[in-house]
Design a protein around this ligand. Structure first.
Ligand code: NDP
Length: 332
């Protein structure tokens, strides 16, 4: 049986382009005992994949040139040589960018599509939802009445952070890159205020106006000048869960920004970077809580779904142009 895969053909300098990806036909190996033949249904594109396209050491190894890219996938079992999985069941796992694939059963977990649509297991009930939950609850430690600012607010992680902040009783202010996103944060996700960083001329002043009592928690998804402006409004004993730095992922030379340490020092601020894998042993607790909030209608979600396996490279590149609202996924 033949299928298609997408391999990384070259490493980008700056913003990735279509040339960095190559589509290939490949022959599936024979299905052996303990293995599953899967059909990909939804494939996730995530900002951290940009880091894996570089030849640089990080918390996950770089993609290997000439090999398929890989990430979160929701797939259907189309043939099973395992007693634990039946044909037709839906699974998720960290899998290659292939339309069909053969994987050992231990590489996937079943998903319950009665709780939420299958693609949500790549978003609110997957890695981004868990990132929002553990970063905010364990590092941000929100208390009722505090002010929470979220950057990258209209993305997969950001919309969940803001809503959990509201559940915890915070005033929530989001920063995002279009008027449409700003409107949606307030109308659909219950943010108290939202700021379009692309049209605001004085971001520091806009944050001050939106946060009359200052900023107690800054959930940082983007870094760069947006974070510089938020940190100038930071309160005594504030917490900063440092989640992402997407503003820097495509830079070829790291810019030298204003030094933030004086603000952290004089305001006794806690800034803590984290990788979601740090919380792996607590994932069941996180999924249980997120699922409950989804079932109770306290958490809602939004996705940008691109259609067709061919769309994967441009969907990934689109993340760095702000083309997604909520979670960007590709329906195969
Ligand atoms: P998103 O769904 O938020 O997609 C990316 C968004 O980032 C875009 O839509 C765009 O929105 C914004 N963006 C892109 N380029 C820039 C820029 N130069 N400056 C400011 N904003 C920009 O992605 P996720 O929610 O999945 O991830 C958000 C962040 O969290 C990323 O930095 C990611 O790497 C990080 N992350 C970290 C994890 C961890 O374990 N620490 C786990 C998961 C994610 P806009 O229109 O608003 O510009």
């Amino acid at each position: 049986m033949r299928s298609r895969q997408i391999i990384i053909a070259s490493r980008p300098k700056g913003m990735p382009g279509p040339d960095n990806f190559v589509f290939e036909d490949y022959e599936l190996p024979q299905l052996n005992e303990g293995e599953l033949l899967l059909q990909s249904m939804f494939i996730s594109v995530d900002p951290y994949m940009r880091g894996r396209m570089n030849d640089a050491k990080s918390y996950v190894p770089p993609f290997e040139l000439g090999k398929p890219l890989a990430g979160g996938v929701v797939a259907k079992v189309i043939e099973s040589k395992s007693d634990n999985f039946k044909t037709g069941e839906l699974v998720t796992g960290f899998l290659p960018w292939q339309e069909k694939m053969i994987v050992p059963e231990k590489h996937v977990q079943k998903i319950d599509a009665t709780i939420a649509p299958p693609s949500y297991y790549l978003g609110i009930l997957g890695m981004p939802g868990l990132t929002a939950y553990f970063g905010l609850i364990h590092i941000g430690k929100p208390k009722a009445g505090e002010t929470l600012v979220v950057s990258g607010a209209a993305g997969a992680v950001g919309v969940v952070v803001g809503q959990i902040g509201k559940i915890m009783g915070c005033r929530v202010v989001g920063i995002a890159g279009s008027d449409e996103k700003v409107q949606l944060l307030k109308s659909k996700f219950g943010f108290d205020e939202a700021i379009n960083y692309k049209t605001t001329t004085d971001l520091k002043a806009a944050i001050k106006a939106a946060c009359p009592n200052g900023v107690d928690i800054y959930f940082d998804n983007v870094g760069g000048e947006i974070s510089d402006a938020v940190i100038r409004n930071i309160n005594f004993h504030a917490r900063i869960p440092l989640c992402g730095q997407i503003a820097l992922y495509n830079t070829t030379e790291l810019p030298v920004g204003p030094r933030i340490q004086p603000w952290l020092l004089t305001k006794s601020v806690l800034l803590q970077g984290f990788i979601i894998g740090n919380f792996q042993s607590q994932f069941p607790e996180g999924i249980k809580q997120l699922s409950e909030w989804v079932k109770e209608g306290k958490l809602t979600f939004v996705e940008t779904i691109e259609h067709g396996f061919d769309k994967l490279p441009e969907a990934l590149i689109g993340l760095f142009k702000g083309e997604n609202i909520g979670k960007m996924v590709v329906e195969v």
